[in-house]
Design a protein around this ligand. Structure first.
Ligand SMILES: Cc1ncc(COP(=O)(O)O)c(C=O)c1O
Length: 444
């Protein structure tokens, strides 16, 4: 598909913004070529500035559970904008959004913020303030936003750009900050036991993606989250479950609905973002009432935000959550299941080594001959050259995949049969392209 307008805009963008983008993975650095500048989105479809149309399997990296420009969300936002865009005072919509979050999750109190990064940063500060301890445990390949202490061995854009494949972090994070973070291999109970045995009385919290999606989809082994919750409890540390990506997406109640609600445990703190903002900058952290009571103005741990609980963002989030019914989740699950299965089938037919991994309606395909991907080390071993060829073949056929082998694919309830069919039609040729790149010994 020709894209001269995107080319021209990318050149202009690079003259004014580092790398031409406002978030690194958008730059296509891992797949090459020009990032498409999107002009509009409608339902399952994105249209770029050249007029090319794509079935969107990124969905703004998760938020667009209902698809783009859902009429009822647009109506709620339009009405909110007409009433004024920010007052810096409490509003009723914030309360209603908080009530909706409490109604779907085990959190007892919630504080609204503007990004997932802010949510995890604030949750970590609160955990430290509550416990009076400094150390934070995280897992390699889990991404929790660009919080200084959490960028150690994070996935997502850092994995895409080949940064931090070891335990180090990005330049700009003081060593003293990274030194407060213990990084462990995901799904490794023995490593968790050992870290807590050695440092248990200094650990403020363990933070984990409730089901990792930022190194590709690497679900927790059965009972792993319950084990983490129990280990934290035994050592007086807080268990922070990061549901920025999974929250209100993999089920009505997020990942907790798929495991904690079934197994009978609750995190001490949780973080949310993406879907709950309905495509606007809104996020949240919440949890046990006694922990949240430490937060200012009730308690001494300071946290604030000029645009926190913004009336337009909360209107979008509230409308989205109210529309996210069981039928919506059933449709997203169905679409994701179909696309995932057909993608795996096409790759098998073309003889491309791969592993399909799914957690509810979030899934990704690893171009690897490993039998399963259980942690960052196995995720990092994939053939990114094969992915690159696959990605471009799909893009040329009007399917917009995440431009990285280390990201989840996202669907929406607006993915109708026509959109799904366009994806299925593109798969065989893309699988052949991946096979050809693989046999050329594609760059790892
Ligand atoms: C699990 C998780 N936590 C936190 C974040 C950070 O959220 P934001 O990009 O809104 O700052 C992300 C973003 O992808 C995420 O996936």
């Amino acid at each position: 598909m020709p894209h001269p307008e995107s080319d021209a805009w990318f050149a202009r963008a690079r003259a004014v913004t580092p790398g031409g983008v406002n978030s690194p993975v958008r730059a296509f650095a891992a797949v090459g070529g020009t990032p498409r500048f999107m002009a509009s989105g409608q339902g399952a479809w994105l249209r770029d500035v050249d007029g090319n149309e794509y079935v969107d399997l990124v969905c703004s990296w998760g938020p667009m559970l209902l698809g783009h420009a859902h009429p009822e969300v647009v109506a709620a936002v339009t009405a909110a904008v007409a009433r004024g865009t920010s007052y810096g005072t409490p509003t009723t919509t914030e309360v209603e959004l908080a009530e909706e979050i409490l109604g779907r999750t085990p959190v007892e109190r919630v504080r609204l913020v503007s990004s997932g990064t802010e949510a995890t940063m604030s949750a970590i500060r609160l955990a430290r303030g509550f416990t009076g301890r400094d150390l934070v445990v995280k897992f390699a390949g889990c991404y929790h936003g660009h919080v200084d202490s959490l960028l150690a061995s994070a996935g997502s854009g850092l994995a895409t750009l080949g940064i931090s494949l070891g335990v180090s972090t990005t330049p700009g994070v003081p060593e003293s900050s990274a030194a407060q973070t213990i990084v462990l291999p995901y799904n490794d109970r023995a490593a968790v036991e050992a870290a807590f045995a050695e440092h248990g009385d200094r650990i403020a919290c363990l933070v984990t993606e409730a089901s990792p999606g930022n190194m590709g989809v690497v679900p927790p082994a059965a009972g792993f989250n319950a084990f983490l919750a129990e280990t934290c409890r035994r050592h007086g540390a807080l268990f922070v479950s990061d549901e920025v990506m999974t929250g209100f997406r993999v089920s009505r109640q997020g990942q907790w609905g798929l495991d904690g609600a079934v197994e009978g445990w609750t995190p001490d703190l949780m973080t949310f973002g993406k879907v709950m903002g309905g495509g606007f900058p809104a996020a949240a952290f919440g949890g046990r009432a006694d922990v949240m009571a430490m937060l200012s103005p009730e308690g001494p741990v300071y946290q604030a935000g000029t645009l926190s609980g913004n009336p337009v963002a909360t209107a979008a989030g509230l409308a989205t959550l109210r529309l996210a019914t069981d039928e919506v989740y059933a449709r997203v699950d169905e679409v994701a299941g179909t696309i995932a299965a057909e993608a795996a089938k096409a790759l098998t037919a073309a003889g491309v080594p791969h592993v399909l991994q799914a957690n509810g309606n979030m899934f990704s395909i690893f171009f690897t001959d490993a039998p399963a991907v259980t942690d960052y080390a196995t995720a990092a071993g994939q053939d990114t050259g094969a992915f690159k060829a696959f990605f471009h073949a799909m893009l040329d056929r009007g399917v917009y995949l995440p431009p990285s082998a280390f990201e989840a694919w996202f669907c929406s309830s607006a993915h109708d049969d026509r959109a799904v069919q366009q994806v299925l039609d593109a798969l065989p040729a893309a699988a052949e392209a991946a096979a050809a790149a693989g046999s050329e010994g594609g760059a790892r």
